[in-house]
Design a protein around this ligand. Sequence first.
Ligand code: NAD
Length: 335
Amino acid sequence: MITVPVGLGDRSYDVLVGAGARHRLLDVLPAGARRAAIVTQPDLPVTVDPGIEHQTFLIDQGEDAKNLETVEQLCRQFSRWGLTRTDVVVAVGGGVVTDAAGFAAAVYHRGVPVIHVATSLLAQVDAAIGGKTGVNLPEGKNLVGAFWQPAAVLCDTETLETLPPREYRSGLGEIAKYHFLGAEDLADCNLDEKVARCVALKAAVVAEDEREGGKRALLNYGHTLAHALETANEYDLRHGEAVAIGLVYAANLAHALGRIDAARVDDHRHVLASYDLPMDLPPGSDADALVRLMLRDKKATDGLAFVLDGSSGVEVVNDVTERKAADVLRSMGAS
Ligand code: NAD
C-alpha cells in the first residue's frame, strides 16, 4: 500500500493507494464517528465495511444525477436516519459519487467528515483528491459546489478490474495530462505507482493553492478544449477522451505560438498513443463554435485563456487570439 499525504495544515489527510485499500476504511474513520452513511450507486460492484453502524444511500448513475435534487435527497435521508456532525459520510464510486456525496457532506449540518473510496481510475487520480465537490445546474457543469477536504481517500486499484474499458480509458486521459505536469517518467511505473504519482502531483499543487487562486489552474491542462467538446454535447466522448484531444490541441497551439518545438508536440502524441487515447477532433467539429464555447471557460476572465506548455513548463496564457485558436482547430480538421 502506498500512502500519499496531502499537506493542508489541520486539514491534512492521507490517500492510500493499492489493491485492497478499501479494507482500510476502519483505520481511517474520524475518531468518535459512530455511524457511517455510505453513498454509492446501484449495481456498483464494490462494497465496503466501515466496521461501525452504517446505512447505504443510493444515487442514480450518470452525470445527470449530479444535481441539487440528489444532494437534497441525500441530506433528507441523512437527517431521517439521524446522521450527526460527528459521524461520517463514505462516498463509494467514481467522480459523480465523490463530487455529489462530497458536496452533501460539505453542506449537511454545515459540514460532516467525508471519506472517498474512489472506484474509477479518473476518481482515483483526480476527482476524489483535493476537496473540490459540487453538482451541475441545467446552465452548466459544476456550477454549484464547495471546497470540502475529505478526512481520507482510499484508491483501491483492485476495484478497477470491474471498471468498463471505456471508463478506464477515460482515467488514462487524466494520467496522460500528468506526464506534462512534472511526472514525465510515469511510463515505466506499474498501475499502483502510477496512481500514487498522479495523486502526489495533484496533492502538491493543492497544498500550494487549495482554492485555485493560481497554480491549481494548471491541473486544467488540456481541459479548455475538452470542456468545449463536452459542452457542445454532440460528440460521444468520455471526459478523459476529451482531455486527450484537448492535450493535442494545447500542444499544437503552443507550437503555433512558438512556445514549444515540433519534437515536444510529438512527445504529447507519443504519450497519448501509448495509452491508446484519441487525438483527432470528432468529425464535424466547427472551429468557431468551439472557440465560442472556450470563451466561456472558467479561466477566461478576459478573452481566451489556456494552459500551455513552454520552455519553463505549463502556465496560464491569456493572450491567444480567437483567430489563432480557430486556425489551430482548422489545422486539426475542424471546419
Ligand atoms: P462516473 O462517476 O460516472 O463513473 C463512471 C462509470 O463507472 C459509472 O457508471 C460508475 O458507476 C462506474 N464505476 C465506477 N467505478 C466502478 C467499478 N470499480 N466497477 C464498475 N463500474 C464502476 O465517472 P468518473 O469518470 O469517475 O467521474 C466523472 C465525474 O468526476 C464528472 O462529474 C466530473 O465533473 C468529476 N470530476 C471532478 C473533479 C474534482 O476535482 N472534483 C475532477 C475531475 C472530474
